[in-house]
Ligand binder design. Structure first.
Ligand code: ADE
Length: 232
């Protein structure tokens, strides 16, 4: 897969991309990652990429002419263009799986108060948000998307079974992953649950489903309590 990332902060992408599985996937040729600095496409000698918003309001908006030039420099006929923005559709495991099937992604990272709307109108990107909160810029969000997508490219993880098992719990968006245990069998007085040592796969599956549900309910309770505290 080829991924071009257009950002004002290449280091935010290059840091995670130089570690662990993302690093190995590039070394093995499964991922071709190209990080482009949007500032290189500015028109003036000050390399200005942002302006005040028409109509007033806080912050700065990325200029459409600069962003458009950056997009056109890498976009190919068969690329899928994505724009990271808090006003996009919610990125999830299902979207990660469908993006993992593409050959070429171009990811435009917004900054400031966003990107001039004409980029959306002219380039029709798939707008993605990674959550209902506002980050200082889209590069952090793009790093999350890249990580979630690349690990699903066949051959990247090498352990197909772990992906298969995971998909049963993580495509069900409402459920949190079950607890995992490894060696040692006893740690600070806490033992690995007997069921995991039983070798009974049906029992283990059932236990994991129950624990995943328990965790999900506990998390929902915590979220509710936090919301109540915030109201007070
Ligand atoms: N840019 C700023 N916040 C973001 C978010 N939550 N998701 C995607 N891009 C963003």
């Amino acid at each position: 897969m080829k991924i071009d990332v257009l950002t004002l902060f290449p280091e935010i992408i290059l840091g995670p991309a130089s570690q662990s599985i993302l690093k190995r996937s590039q070394e093995s040729g499964l991922l071709n990652l190209n990080v482009v600095n949007i500032r290189d496409f500015a028109f003036d000698k000050h390399k200005k990429v942002d302006e005040l918003p028409y109509g007033g309001g806080p912050g700065m908006v990325m200029r459409p002419d600069v962003a458009y030039r950056a997009v056109q420099s890498v976009l190919e006929k068969d690329s899928m263009l994505i724009m990271m923005t808090p006003s996009g559709g919610m990125f999830d495991q299902r979207m990660a799986a469908s993006l993992a099937e593409k050959d070429k992604l171009v990811i435009l990272c917004g900054h400031y108060e966003g990107v001039d709307e004409r980029i959306r109108l002219l380039c029709n990107p798939l707008c993605l948000s990674i959550g209902h909160y506002v980050l200082t810029n889209g590069a952090l969000a793009a790093a999350v998307v890249i990580d979630a997508v690349v690990r699903l490219i066949p051959g990247v993880l090498g352990n197909a079974q772990s992906l298969e098992e995971e998909s049963f719990s993580t495509t069900d968006e409402e459920t949190i992953e079950y607890p995992q245990y490894t060696r040692p069998r006893e740690f600070m007085g806490l033992n690995v649950p007997d069921v995991l040592l039983s070798g009974d796969h049906l029992k283990i599956k059932k236990w994991r489903q129950e624990e995943a549900l328990k965790r999900t309910r506990e998390y929902e309770e915590t979220v509710k309590k936090m919301a109540i505290q915030q109201e007070q």
